[in-house]
Design a protein around this ligand. Structure first.
Ligand SMILES: Nc1ncnc2c1ncn2[C@@H]1O[C@H](COP(=O)(O)OP(=O)(O)OP(=O)(O)O)[C@@H](O)[C@H]1O
Length: 250
């Protein structure tokens, strides 16, 4: 589903990704760990077409990010084509980024109606099912300001799911939450994983990584220095930098 080979990314003269290699298979949950500034968000943004890579190759769902193949030639994607590819990718951010002027239901309905042209009645039915899935049926009519952080994040997940993505990206989805609200968001993510959603999750929640991840990758200074099962990477890390990081967070 995601394959990165030697992906590099520079901001100005600073090389933030220095050759990232990572493969995430369909249905797999990959947790990306690493110190602040190691490039985790940047890598997620590259997968989601929000940043352009400078080198290496990045495939999502069999397509080379940024390019369309025609015969044996590659053509750069136009903005419209990027927008179409991005429909298959759901992204959930640390700060929930809900539309403040729309209710929970309105937030979930918005993209299917506007982008996919789903009839409003059908989008509403689907949105209610999604709100039920994230445990927020009763809150459908509430505005973001009337919801807790955990509830807002669950709406954000429902909103991303409304586009029926093939891949979900999570960028520290619980970091902005009060500790007592973290569990409710992780439970929704665990449910998604159990349903077979392919997920790449940047998180500091080691319990989640240990319990749910098929693969844990440790990114340090723009390079995946080790990747493996949670037992391998969290239980017996091979790299000094991974060990030093885990000593701090575990
Ligand atoms: N748009 C940008 N322009 C310039 N520099 C950027 C930009 N985005 C990120 N950076 C820099 O790239 C480096 C990696 O940032 P990134 O947010 O990817 O790291 P991270 O591992 O997700 O960190 P954190 O855990 O703190 O969120 C940082 O030094 C950051 O300042």
């Amino acid at each position: 589903m995601v394959r990165a080979e030697g992906v590099t990314k520079r901001f100005g003269t600073v090389e933030v990704l220095k050759g990232v290699d990572l493969t995430v298979r369909p249905g797999e949950v990959a947790c990306l760990l690493g110190p602040s500034g190691s490039g985790k968000s940047t890598f997620l943004r590259c997968i989601n077409h929000l940043e352009r890579i400078d080198g290496g190759q990045l495939w999502v769902d069999g397509d080379l990010v940024g390019y369309r193949r025609q015969g044996d030639k590659l053509h750069e994607l136009k903005a419209r084509e990027v927008a179409v590819r991005r429909r298959d990718i759901g992204m959930v951010f640390q700060r929930f980024n809900l539309f403040p002027h729309l209710t929970a239901l309105g937030n979930v309905i918005e993209a299917p109606v506007r982008v996919l042209g789903t009839p409003r009645d059908k989008a509403r039915e689907q949105a209610m099912r999604l709100l039920d899935r994230v445990g927020l049926t009763e809150r459908a009519g509430n505005y973001p300001s009337q919801l807790s952080g955990g509830q807002q994040q669950r709406v954000a997940i429902a909103r991303a799911l409304a586009m029926r993505p093939k891949l979900m990206l999570f960028d520290e989805p619980t970091s902005a939450l009060d500790p007592e609200l973290v569990g409710e968001v992780l439970d929704v993510m665990k449910g998604l994983a159990a349903d077979g959603m392919t997920m790449v999750v940047v998180t500091h929640e080691m319990g989640f990584a240990r319990e749910v991840a098929d693969q844990v990758a440790f990114l340090d200074a723009g390079v995946v220095v080790e990747a493996g099962t949670p037992a391998e990477v969290l239980g017996s890390p091979r790299h000094d930098r991974t060990r030093a990081f885990l000593d701090k967070v575990l």
